[in-house]
Design a protein around this ligand. Structure first.
Ligand code: HEM
Length: 330
C-alpha cells in the first residue's frame, strides 16, 4: 500500500477525521479474529498515513478519536442530544456501541461549564459556588441514559476493539508499523482515562493521587491531543486554588470548594458502579454464547485490566479515595 500523505487534507478537522478513520481501520483489522488471530505487522495504519504527526496523536485509536472526534448531528440545526447524534465511524457492537460512544460524549459535554471555570484565574474561585458543580452534571448523564449499552455486548464484543498492544499478552511483541519502523512499537488502548476532563478537574482542585496512579494517568496524557495536554499542564502550573481558599479563611468558599471535591469523588464512585456492572458482573455472566450475532470470545487479556492497561478496581478505588482526601477540613 502506498504511503498516504496529509498533503490534501485541509485544516485541523480533516486531520482529526483522517486519524479517526485510519485508527478505526487498524483496530478492526487487528482484532477482527479476536485475541488468537492477531498480526505482528500492519500497513495502512495511522502511523503510515502520517496523520498522527501533524495532529500529534499516537498511531492507535485514542479517546479523542473514539469519542471526541467521532460524532455528527443528524439534523445539522438540531440540538446536541443523543436522539440527534450518531457516531461517524462504528465497529461491531450495533446500538450498544453507538450508546457507549454517545453517552461518553455527553459526559464530556456536561463537563464544559467546569472546564470553563478552569480557564479563569484562581482569583475568581467564586465560580465554584455554581449551584451544581460540573462533575455532578457528568454523573447525571450515565444515570439519565441507563439502557443504551448492553453489558453483555460491551464485554464480549466492544472491548476488544479498544485494546492496545502495550503489556498485552495477546500481542507481547507490540506491532510493526510497516514503512515507519522496523522495530515493533507498543501503545496502550483507548480509555476515557485519556479524557482531558478529569485530569483538568484534578489539577484545578489540587488532588494528589498515589505515585502508581499518577504514573498511569500521566502516561494517558500522551494519548491526548497536544493542546489538551498543554491545557492541563497550564492549570497545574497556575497558582493553587486550594491554597487561595485556605488562605482566604472564608467559610463559604471552603464549603463551595468541598462541594466540588465531593461531586468529583461521587462521580468516581458512580463510575466504579458502572465498571462493576459492565466488567465484573458481565464477566461473571459471560459464557461462550453468541452475543448480538457476534461469536467472539471476551478478551482474556482484559479480564483484570482496563483497555488503558490499569489494574482496574485497585486503580479506580485509589483515585476515588485520594479525591476525598482533597477535602479541606474546618
Ligand atoms: C461501560 C462504561 C465504562 C466502563 C466499563 C469504563 C471502564 C473504565 C476502566 C476499566 C478504567 C480504568 C483505566 C483503564 O485501564 O482503561 C476507566 C477509567 C476512567 N474512565 Fe471509564 N468506563 C466507562 C465509562 C466511562 C465514561 C462514560 C466516562 C466519562 C467520560 C469515563 C471516564 C473515565 C475516567 C476519567 C477514567 C480515569 C480514572 C479517573 O480519573 O477516575 N468512563 N474506565
Amino acid at each position: 500500500m502506498p504511503q498516504l500523505s496529509t498533503r490534501h487534507l485541509r485544516g485541523r478537522e480533516e486531520l482529526y477525521l483522517a486519524h479517526l478513520v485510519l485508527s478505526f481501520i487498524t483496530m478492526g483489522y487487528l482484532w477482527q479474529e479476536g485475541e488468537e488471530g492477531t498480526v505482528k505487522v500492519t500497513a495502512g495504519s495511522p502511523a503510515r498515513g502520517e496523520c498522527h504527526r501533524p495532529s500529534g496523536s499516537p498511531p492507535i485509536l485514542s479517546h479523542a478519536d473514539f469519542v471526541l472526534a467521532n460524532w455528527r448531528r443528524k439534523d445539522p440545526s438540531g440540538p446536541l442530544e443523543i436522539e440527534n447524534l450518531d457516531p461517524i465511524i462504528s465497529l461491531p457492537g450495533g446500538e450498544s456501541l453507538r450508546g457507549f460512544i454517545l453517552v461518553t460524549f455527553l459526559v464530556e459535554k456536561a463537563a464544559v461549564p467546569g472546564i470553563k471555570v478552569g480557564r479563569e484565574p484562581p482569583a475568581v474561585p467564586c465560580s465554584c459556588l455554581a449551584p451544581e458543580p460540573s462533575p455532578r452534571g457528568c454523573q447525571r448523564v450515565p444515570r439519565a441514559h441507563p439502557n443504551y449499552v448492553d453489558p453483555a455486548v460491551f464485554y464480549a464484543v466492544i472491548r476488544i476493539f479498544l485494546s492496545g498492544w502495550k503489556d498485552n499478552p495477546a500481542m507481547p511483541d507490540g506491532l510493526v508499523y510497516e514503512g515507519v519502523s522496523e522495530e515493533p512499537m507498543a501503545f496502550s488502548g483507548g480509555s476515557a482515562a485519556q479524557s482531558t476532563v478529569l485530569h483538568a478537574f484534578d489539577e484545578l482542585l489540587g488532588i494528589r493521587h498515589s505515585q502508581e496512579s499518577t504514573a498511569f494517568l500521566h502516561r494517558m496524557r500522551d494519548y491526548m491531543p497536544p493542546p489538551h495536554r498543554a491545557f492541563i499542564e497550564e492549570i497545574g502550573r497556575a497558582p493553587s486554588l486550594k491554597q487561595h481558599v485556605l488562605c482566604s479563611g472564608d467559610a463559604r468558599l471552603r464549603a463551595a470548594f468541598n462541594r466540588c471535591i465531593t461531586a468529583l469523588a461521587d462521580f468516581r464512585s458512580c463510575h466504579i458502579a458502572i465498571v462493576t456492572k459492565y466488567i465484573a458482573v458481565a464477566k461473571a455472566k459471560a459464557g461462550r454464547a453468541e452475543v448480538g450475532g457476534w461469536a467472539g470470545r471476551p478478551p482474556a487479556a482484559l479480564e483484570a485490566k482496563g483497555t488503558g492497561g490499569s489494574h482496574i478496581f485497585s486503580f479506580l478505588k485509589s483515585v476515588r479515595d485520594t479525591t476525598r482526601d482533597g477535602l479541606i477540613s474546618a
